[in-house]
Design a protein around this ligand. Structure first.
Ligand code: PLP
Length: 409
């Protein structure tokens, strides 16, 4: 490819049109929606919700599924059903979406942050044991970007200390650990169907598990404290109304026909990008040896400024965006949020913990300087789309290497 002037400096951008649109309408959705509208109930008791739960449980190698209105609420419900309440501690990585910590706080528990592994961006199992106390109730591994966390190590630690694992698989539809889909590898797990996710209903979530008692407890917490076989106005605990709408279920059902093809396309394109971009000096993420499939919800890379004349990641982003490929930094360390810095009174039990002392160096290095994110829809394009992405990376990285004088830093 002839390297023209960067679009950032007035050249022609590599890409002038948007990438693969997401979410997109798939075959059967309109018919399913209309069928539900006319022939089904629209909420609890709906056939489409029941079908979604059966299909999602089957798709994810689990016995049971409960369809929920958001992933955040699914996680709160799962934590409550796992027995989390005030005074308990829950171990989470600080490199995740805010919802992971929101659910812990909504359950009146204390989040304990454990740093991540720089190669996978997932919680580092080697650091978990020293964070366990007699108050630790749950560990939440987040399968970040759809790349499963090291479940073998985490399960062995959890079992040794009699702690439950609730997987945050919000981004990991279809991902596998040792040939088995994630989510029900220990006590249970949750998924999100929010707009950006690989299966999307605009909003939505799910809990899966193989444990009937746990799922009965989830049922009560997600459905106003009701028992499965109790009366409508019989409430044993305080639960919310976190039920999914039948319209969301109807948007999701036809996606069981498309997800396998989407996953294969992302896998193929990801492999190509991994190979070419690592040759350009970017660091690709790795998977643990037992990961048999990733869902590639996010394409995650590391930018090391030393490979590019110490030019900052921000300059790289500006140049990529000008070429028409939107790359960005993603998460910040969660413990830097105001609520952990003593601001706000909503969670008084946090006041006695000094989160400003916390340092998770790997998370900080990745979040502050290194992470590069590309959303999953970029991996769904055809060959010419992927070539545009590669050409943009090549144009930008070559200029960073060969013409550092063009950049301010
Ligand atoms: C890692 C993670 N956990 C939890 C959630 C919460 O899901 P939702 O947005 O459906 O509430 C999300 C999604 O946004 C997520 O990415």
């Amino acid at each position: 490819m002839k390297l023209n002037e960067l679009a950032l400096f007035g050249g022609d951008p590599v890409r002038k049109t948007p990438f693969f649109p997401w979410p997109r309408v798939v075959d059967g959705q309109k018919e399913q929606l209309i069928d539900t509208l006319i022939n089904d109930s629209w909420g609890i008791g709906s056939e489409s919700i029941k079908l979604l739960e059966e299909n999602f449980a089957m798709f994810h190698d689990a016995k049971n599924c409960i369809a929920v209105n958001t992933g955040t609420n699914a996680l709160w419900v799962a934590l409550k059903a796992a027995g989390v309440s005030s005074g308990d501690e829950v171990i989470i990585p600080p490199y995740t979406f805010i919802a992971t910590v929101t659910a812990v706080l909504m359950a009146h528990a204390t989040p304990v942050f454990v740093d991540i592994d720089e190669n996978t961006f997932n919680i580092d199992p080697n650091l978990i044991e020293s964070a366990i106390t007699e108050r630790t109730k749950v560990i939440i591994p987040v399968h970040i970007g759809g790349n499963p966390a090291d479940m073998e190590s985490i399960i062995s630690i959890a079992d040794k200390h009699n702690i439950k694992i609730i997987e945050d698989a919000a981004q990991a539809h279809g991902a596998e650990w040792d040939g088995k889909k994630v989510g029900a590898l220990h006590k249970g797990g949750i998924f999100s169907f929010q707009s950006s996710k690989n299966m999307s209903a605009g909003e939505g979530g799910a809990i899966i598990s193989n444990d009937n008692d746990f799922m009965d407890a989830c049922f009560a917490y997600y459905n106003c404290g009701r028992h499965r076989d109790g009366d409508w106005y019989e409430h044993h605990i305080i639960g919310g109304n976190h039920r999914m709408s039948a319209m969301a279920a109807s948007l999701l059902l036809p996606q069981f026909q498309t997800i396998e093809h989407d996953m294969r396309t992302r896998d193929k394109n990801r492999q190509k990008l991994d190979q070419v971009l690592s040759e350009m000096g970017l660091e690709v993420t790795h998977r643990y040896k037992n990961v048999t499939r990733e869902s590639n919800h996010l394409y995650l890379l590391r930018y090391k400024a030393e490979n590019f004349n110490n030019i900052s990641r921000e300059s790289f982003f500006n140049a990529m965006r000008a070429e028409g490929v939107y790359t960005y930094a993603g998460y910040k360390p969660l413990y830097r949020e105001d609520i952990f810095q003593g601001k706000g009174n909503d969670f008084p039990w946090l006041k006695k913990i000094n989160y400003s002392n916390i340092s998770c160096p790997v998370t900080e290095q990745i979040a502050d300087y290194q992470s590069i994110w590309l959303t999953q829809n970029h991996l769904l394009g055809d060959e010419s789309d992927i070539n545009d992405i590669i050409n943009a990376f090549e144009k930008v990285t070559m200029t960073l290497k060969n013409h550092p004088e063009k950049f301010d830093n």
